[in-house]
Design a protein around this ligand. Structure first.
Ligand SMILES: Cc1cc2nc3c(=O)[nH]c(=O)nc-3n(C[C@H](O)[C@H](O)[C@H](O)COP(=O)(O)OP(=O)(O)OC[C@H]3O[C@@H](n4cnc5c(N)ncnc54)[C@H](O)[C@@H]3O)c2cc1C
Length: 387
């Protein structure tokens, strides 16, 4: 057996690649990090998304010593209010679920920046040029592909990525209100769009929001072309149409950032692992952001892969990090929860996209009924906290 220069080559520049490189390094693995940005990976300052992170993701970031820095700039969610397009209403509260918070809202750019800074000081991490485009193959037992949904390395391996475009874009922006958000995340299913306001502390502590507004592509392009005052009016109108009380509750919303959008799709790789390679994050799966779970799934991939490799190093030291059987264990552990989450988000979206009156009545009644079912709600929250 020849000794490789690295145990793992991590290819990718996003939060999943950065977390993986850091987690492997802190467990003593020799890591080559093939990232697109050479200076230790500067975060893209223009990413104005806010992410809802669950408790499993926060626990991973705590172990990576990223969380103290990020927590200072994050907002806990204590309540979640979900409204249908009729009288359907579903409420979750941290207090009722016996957890300290339902999620944390973090700044996407700050998360990548903090991970990038920590990587500069991580032992066992060597930054190498990106794979492909003239980059040299890296001498490593395992290639961990975290290149996002458009991964070229996945395509070069011949792995199919089954993708169904929703025909919707996820429009994101930062907003401010004159009324406090009180740690409440709000979501409205307003066929055909889904609108979410995530409580955030920036720029004004206690009264700012991260917006995620899923809209049919043509309408998304229209709202993105609007001047700030027109965008605010379109948002107000959308809220008033679905929930006449919404404007009064959240107060007048004003834009505090530019507006950006991402095309939305449901996608899953046909295989997650093979001899000497493995997929993580959006390179393996893509889900609709309505449940705020895409990155949480990716960070759970990181957690599972690192614990699978590290446990095997102790119990089966003859296996290298690229051992196919070992990687299949990781894939088996992650495929089911990911498919389940994809099924839930996709099912909800399709249920609320149907305009027929009987279905509208049924889904809103279903929501109201679910709201009365504490054990089911507890189960739903536990699944979301531990994607
Ligand atoms: C509007 C919106 C809101 C969202 N909100 C949430 C939320 O609240 N909570 C949540 O959990 N998730 C959320 N998500 C999902 C989340 O954004 C993604 O799941 C997450 O960004 C995936 O991270 P990743 O690192 O796998 O991929 P990416 O973020 O796509 O990162 C991959 C990176 O690798 C780079 N790359 C590609 N090829 C190479 C190469 N060969 N070499 C080096 N680098 C390469 C890419 O350029 C990219 O920068 C949201 C998504 C959208 C669109």
């Amino acid at each position: 057996m020849t000794i490789k220069k690295f145990d793992v080559c991590v290819s990718g520049s996003g939060a999943v690649a950065r977390s993986l490189a850091l987690a492997l390094s802190s467990n003593g693995w020799r890591v080559a990090w093939a990232c697109a940005e050479q200076q230790g990976g500067q975060a893209k300052a223009e990413d104005i998304r806010t992410y809802a992170l669950n408790s499993r993701s926060v626990a991973l970031l705590e172990r990576l010593r990223i969380w103290p820095g990020l927590q200072a700039a994050s907002t806990p969610v204590h309540d979640m209010q979900i409204r249908g397009d009729g009288r359907g209403h579903l409420a979750f509260s941290a207090w009722q679920q016996c957890v300290s918070e339902l999620a944390w809202i973090v700044d996407a750019a700050a998360l990548e920046r903090l991970l990038g800074e920590a990587l500069k000081f991580a032992p066992h991490v060597t930054v190498v040029p990106p794979l492909g485009e003239g980059g040299q193959p890296v001498d490593a037992d395992l290639l961990a592909i975290c290149e996002g949904k458009h991964s070229v390395t996945r395509a070069a391996l011949g792995v199919d990525f089954t993708k169904a475009d929703y025909g919707h874009w996820g429009v994101a922006a930062r907003l401010n209100s004159s009324q406090p958000h009180q740690g409440v995340a709000r979501q409205w299913f307003r066929s055909p769009d889904v609108l979410a306001l995530l409580p955030f502390h920036d720029p004004v502590p206690g009264s700012s929001y991260g917006l995620v507004w899923s809209l049919p592509q043509a309408r998304a392009q229209e709202v993105m072309a609007l001047a700030p005052a027109e965008f605010e009016a379109a948002l107000r109108q959308a809220l008033d149409e679905v929930d006449p009380g919404a404007s009064a509750i959240v107060g007048p919303l004003s834009l505090t950032s530019h507006v950006a959008a991402w095309p939305l799709a449901l996608a899953q790789a046909e295989r997650w692992s093979g001899p000497g390679w493995v997929l993580l994050g959006d390179a393996a799966h893509q889900v609709h952001p309505l449940a705020g779970q895409g990155l949480n799934l990716g960070l759970a991939d990181v957690d599972t892969l690192v614990s699978t490799l590290t446990a095997s190093r102790q119990l089966e030291p003859w296996r290298t990090a690229g051992d196919e059987r070992l990687l299949r264990r990781y894939a088996r552990r992650r495929e089911l929860p990911t498919r389940a989450m994809a099924g839930v988000t996709d099912g909800l979206l399709r249920l609320f996209a149907d305009e027929r009156a009987p279905l509208r009545e049924l889904r809103n009644t279903g929501m109201a009924l679910l709201d009365q079912m504490s054990p089911v709600k507890r189960w739903l929250v536990s699944r979301a906290l531990d994607a």
